[in-house]
Design a protein around this ligand. Structure first.
Ligand SMILES: Cc1ncc(COP(=O)(O)O)c(C=O)c1O
Length: 484
């Protein structure tokens, strides 16, 4: 890697281009997860230039780099205004921080809630089962107990009464999603926030995924239920700028209704011989690159730009949902109410994981979701504005992929593999067993990830969550090997 004499710039860039060619296509409207592409000409170049100009600026000390402070404050102000905060609203004193992403925002929301109640020795949070996995990560990292509330398999939402019943004296935070990632549905925020407020508990709205589009969809006439600071009892909201604000990765905003609610989010430490560390977020040294890139993106797209992108996305969602409705053997998990299309099979002979592979073979990259509790396996499509020009191609390809999946038939795992997946405990999973399994599934490092994943997904689907976690940790660690 470290060349003795160094490598000329052009060659280095060529190497990276070669590596990038292995990736799924981030542009072109055919990737339905991981990336958010508005397909606005010149936006990538603008964001890259802004990123480069601030990449070496350090967010560690806002007094040394006031440019970053100014841009952060502008981003927080924009997010607060969009989500019902700022002068003249019900949350006139809303404040916030720029974080590196949704996960960090959620961890900090939990940290602030936990540290606001230092008298509790065993704090807990209440999160619907459809809440993002980052809440579980936050609970794990912060030593907080996670109380999960089931979702109704029909509405894919928690009942507010169940959330209320789960609140205990040790509960420091109640969370809900607007919308959930998996199915794109908005939780009953008003009822949940009311239950939290009645118990004197904070309520966080995870609007990381769709918080930037919901207000625009509402302006376009989509019936979006109240979910922001206009709702009494909502104490904090997270919204990711690297999702539907279409900024390059590494930027989310965590908002609090007022400064007192934010105060316990900070970490300060002076009891060492170096500089007093004051961190509003998890990282200490932070690059100004993502913040400047987000600033440039928001400034350039403007309100009218976001409204236009939301309209294109809404049209794409409608067309994709129609395509799903038009194919026998499939159904929508939920009527789309935001920017997600989620489908499942109505016919046991139609294997969704084979379908996902068939779609991939046709250049459409969707995301399989494994069965969970009462919910069947499903296929998730995060829809962005870039999809709009491609939607007419999707319907015929979906029909062809379904026909091919039917012709191939469902994956039938060998009996011993199925037995392993259902009966094995995570503790019994030795590295040797995993290596053997990975080799059998074509996942043994070196060769990368196989093109067809249906067998792997079927195996994971058969396994309970704890075993899925363990298997995936082992598989990913097989992939993460240093190259010497
Ligand atoms: C609703 C929701 N919350 C949190 C996150 C976590 O965001 P990140 O991947 O930026 O950490 C996501 C990511 O998809 C999300 O959809």
């Amino acid at each position: 890697m470290i060349d003795e004499d160094g490598v000329p710039a052009e060659r280095v860039l060529a190497e990276i281009r070669e590596l990038r060619a292995l990736d799924r296509p981030t542009h072109g409207g055919r990737l339905f997860a991981y990336v958010y592409d508005p397909a606005v000409p010149g936006l990538d170049e603008l964001a890259a230039a802004a990123h480069a100009g601030s990449a070496h600026v350090n967010g560690l000390d806002p007094t040394a780099f006031p440019s970053l402070l100014a841009m952060e404050n502008a981003l927080v102000g924009a997010a607060a205004r969009l989500l019902g905060g700022g002068p003249g609203t019900t949350a006139p004193e809303a404040v916030g921080s720029v974080t590196s992403g949704g996960t960090e925002s959620l961890i900090l929301a939990v940290k602030a809630a936990r540290d606001a109640r230092p008298e509790l020795t065993a704090p807990r949070i209440v999160v619907p089962a459809s809440g993002h996995a980052a809440f579980a990560k936050a609970a794990h990292l912060l030593g907080v107990t996670l109380d999960t509330v089931p979702v109704d398999p029909r509405t894919l939402r928690p009942a507010a009464a169940d959330v209320a019943a789960a609140i205990r004296p040790e509960t420091v935070l109640v969370a809900c999603s607007a919308p959930s990632y998996a199915h794109g549905v908005v939780d009953p925020v008003a009822e949940i926030a009311a239950a939290a407020a009645a118990a004197g508990v904070r309520c966080h709205v995870d609007a990381c995924f769709g918080g930037w589009t919901l207000p625009y969809l509402r302006r376009l006439g989509v019936p979006v239920p109240p979910f922001d600071f206009a709702v009494d009892g909502v104490t904090s909201i997270s919204v990711d700028l690297h999702k539907y604000a279409y900024a390059p990765k590494g930027v989310s905003v965590l908002l609090h209704r007022d400064p007192a609610l934010r105060a316990p989010q900070y970490f300060a430490y002076a009891d060492w011989p170096g500089y007093t560390m004051v961190n509003p977020v998890l990282a200490s040294t932070r690059s100004g690159g993502p913040i400047a890139a987000a600033y440039a993106t928001l400034r350039h797209l403007g309100d009218a730009g976001y409204l236009r992108l939301a309209a294109a996305t809404r049209d794409a969602v409608t067309a994709l949902a129609d395509a799903v409705r038009g194919v026998d053997g499939l159904r929508l998990m939920a009527e789309p109410e935001s920017t997600v299309v989620c489908l499942t099979a109505t016919d046991p002979e139609l294997d969704l994981f084979v379908l996902v592979d068939e779609l991939t073979a046709r250049g459409w990259h969707t995301q399989p979701q494994l069965r969970y509790a009462d919910l069947p396996p499903s296929v998730h499509l995060t829809v962005t504005a870039s999809v709009a020009p491609r939607v007419a191609e999707f319907g015929p390809d979906l029909a062809a992929a379904v026909a091919a999946a039917r012709a191939a038939g469902p994956v039938r795992l060998p009996a011993e593999l199925l037995a392993l997946a259902t009966a094995l405990t995570p503790q019994a999973l030795t590295p040797e067993l995993v290596a053997g399994l990975a080799a059998g599934l074509g996942l043994d490092g070196g060769r990368g990830v196989p093109e067809r994943m249906a067998v792997v997904n079927t195996l994971l689907d058969a396994a309970p969550p704890a075993l899925r976690e363990r298997l995936l940790v082992e598989f990913v660690s097989l992939l993460q090997r240093p190259t010497y």
